[in-house]
Design a protein around this ligand. Structure first.
Ligand SMILES: [Zn+2]
Ligand SMILES: [Zn+2]
Length: 274
């Protein structure tokens, strides 16, 4: 949970979480550097902390400066990747380089195993040597799902769930089921269907789902999904992310129990504790 800036909190990273858009307490377990879709003015990059470890969910170049600030002095820096569209992955190369050369840190990339060889190839052709990053080994189970081999990470990244997005990326798009501070978080990534995630959205969880107001097909269209979401929202917190038109969606959810995910980072408002 995010606290307002006046609340004392001995946790160093909670101090950073104080950089909320306003001073109200925010119940989001996932913070955001941006919440827009590919052609919006911001791109969706999520984050949370576990002790002194930073977990980013995707990283667009548009969010690079904020991501660097968040990662300063973190013990481990993880980047969870949903898929390789540029609004989700364009920042990883520079981020790994910056962390290695400036902070002396090797970023750890968490992605479904089927993406591993592509990520290695991508890093190679953009000039990022393999010693600058670490791809976390995955266990693959039935249904094309993955989870990290490492027990510490497997407790946080409970499942990497395959979903359908664009035809070109068939088999290469995923969402996450996470454990953040003891709360189940279901995070869709980009998806054309809610069905992949319905088995995982259990009462009490936080459900972060991408949503489009104008165009569906490879994304979820509000008009087509709202009834399902209204029903789910009786039992869980639902936050819309990866929005093509935040204002239209903000108006659409007004008076409902569905929320627009708040951007929790603003330049110059990250609070550091020494
Ligand atoms: Zn996207
Ligand atoms: Zn995409």
């Amino acid at each position: 949970m995010y606290h307002n800036r006046n609340q004392s909190d001995s946790n160093q990273k909670s101090g950073r979480m104080m950089a909320a858009e306003n001073d109200d307490t925010i119940s989001q377990k996932i913070g955001f550097l941006g919440t827009g879709s590919a052609f919006a003015s911001t791109h969706t990059t999520g984050y949370f902390f576990r002790h002194n470890d930073l977990f980013l969910i995707d990283l667009s170049m548009k969010n690079m400066e904020a991501a660097k600030e968040l990662s300063r002095n973190c013990h481990n820096i993880y980047v969870l990747l949903t898929h390789m569209h540029s609004d989700h992955s364009s920042g990883i190369a520079e981020f790994c380089e910056w962390n290695y050369y400036i902070q002396g840190k090797v970023c750890k990339i968490i992605a479904a195993g089927v993406l591993s060889s592509g990520i290695r190839q991508y890093m190679k052709i953009v000039g990022v040597p393999s010693l600058l990053y670490e791809l976390i080994p995955m266990v693959c189970i039935d249904g094309g799902m993955y989870f990290p081999e490492d027990p510490y990470l497997a407790e946080i990244v409970y499942r990497i769930v395959p979903t359908i997005h664009t035809p070109e990326l068939e088999g290469y798009c995923f969402g996450f089921v996470l454990n953040v501070d003891g709360t189940r978080v279901v995070y869709t990534g980009d998806t054309a269907t809610l069905k992949s995630f319905l088995p995982w959205v259990t009462p009490g969880c936080q459900f972060y789902t991408e949503m489009s107001f104008h165009h569906g097909v490879v994304h979820l269209l509000w008009e087509e999904q709202k009834k399902v979401l209204y029903a789910l929202a009786d039992d869980m917190d639902i936050y819309l992310i990866h929005m093509d038109d935040e204002e239209a969606l903000r108006n659409a959810v007004q008076g409902t129990n569905i929320s627009i995910a708040q951007i929790t980072y603003q330049k110059g408002r990250i609070d550091y504790e020494t």
